[in-house]
Design a protein around this ligand. Structure first.
Ligand SMILES: [Ca+2]
Ligand SMILES: [Ca+2]
Ligand SMILES: [Zn+2]
Length: 325
């Protein structure tokens, strides 16, 4: 697991370096480390054992090599519930080609996700941000862009997802849509630019699965706050928002279980009240997920209800353990 994880980090680091045109160490990014069904299948097929490998074997071997250069993990995440991957345009094209080859060679759908099961969403490079904007959408300035404050340089976004009125409903995983994570401002501006990490979506799905295993049914987890543009985040400084908030790196979300969709946390522990004890149920689930999936370690913070919101939990995949609240 450890060496697989390092391999993955290397590949992700290479993608980031090309994209952001900034010097990045390929170190501490959380990774979706477990080889998934596609990699496993390609591994099994690639070393041809017979004297004369078939054309399919050759194609698969080539696809496997190309695959490793793009994504060296389970395409569907550790949860198996990812339904979208976010890649810079060139890498998105390569992954499309790899999947086409693999599907042609192994048209059984057991091994290779069907096109309907996995969306490959291309990202604009970080350099598409000019004077703080991508098109009409205001993002602002990341800490590393200032000489005097570097922030988490390892987490500099490779690029931006473009969220449109057409793709906002795209399912990024079983329980989440692309539009769930956009910054809650500039409501009339389309397309929006967003940073979102698959590792975050994967972790949220694992927390849902863990809650269900604990006997807490979850049909809907509400994202109060997902990605926050640096410009939006700066407006909240002094009122509890961190200056180097994980939300601007796309690997953090403030969430609560809201099966009845009334916009507030549900009574998860069944005591007839909604309070911090219900957030604690989610914290326990997140702890179990991190214990079982070290590559998704990060922050877990608990927040009590105030006059403006119910209790909620912050979850991120910053790559090192953090707890508060
Ligand atoms: Ca509710
Ligand atoms: Ca309760
Ligand atoms: Zn948060």
């Amino acid at each position: 697991m450890q060496s697989a994880s390092r391999t993955t980090l290397g590949a992700v680091g290479a993608v980031l370096t090309i994209a952001a045109a900034v010097a990045l160490a390929s170190t501490s990014r959380p990774a979706l480390a477990a080889p998934g069904p596609l990699r496993t299948a390609l591994d099994r097929i690639a070393p041809a054992t017979s004297a004369a490998p078939s054309a399919a074997d050759v194609a698969i071997a080539a696809a496997r090599a190309e695959m490793a250069a793009v994504l060296d993990d389970s395409l569907l995440g550790l949860s198996g519930k990812l339904r979208a991957r976010f890649l810079l345009a060139a890498d998105a094209d390569r992954l499309h080609r790899v999947l086409d080859v693999a599907r042609d060679a192994r048209a059984d759908g057991e091994i290779v996700p069907r096109a309907s099961e996995l969306s490959i969403v291309p990202m604009l490079p970080f350099s598409a941000k000019v004077r703080g904007r991508v098109g009409p959408y205001v993002l602002g300035t990341w800490p590393h862009e200032r000489a005097w404050r570097r922030g988490d340089v390892d987490a500099v976004p490779a690029g931006f997802l473009q969220v449109t009125e057409a793709n906002r409903a795209l399912q990024v995983s079983t329980h989440f849509r692309l539009g769930d994570f956009v910054t809650k401002n500039q409501f009339g501006v389309w397309p929006k630019a967003m940073v979102l990490r698959e590792s975050l979506v994967d972790k949220l799905e694992l927390v849902i699965a863990e809650l269900q295993a604990m006997g807490v049914p979850v049909t809907h987890m509400h994202v109060m706050s997902g990605f926050r543009t640096p410009a939006y985040n700066a407006q909240g400084l002094g009122s509890g928002r961190a200056e180097d908030s994980r939300h601007q790196y796309g690997d953090a979300a403030d969430v609560f279980v809201d099966n009845d969709r009334d916009g507030r946390m549900d009574d998860l522990n069944g005591d007839g009240r909604v309070n911090i004890a219900d957030a604690d149920v989610m914290v326990r689930a997140a702890e179990r997920v991190e214990a079982r999936n070290p590559s998704l370690v990060g922050g877990v913070g608990r927040y009590p209800a105030t006059s403006s919101h119910g209790p909620f939990v912050h979850i991120d995949t910053r790559g090192r353990r953090a707890r508060w609240g």
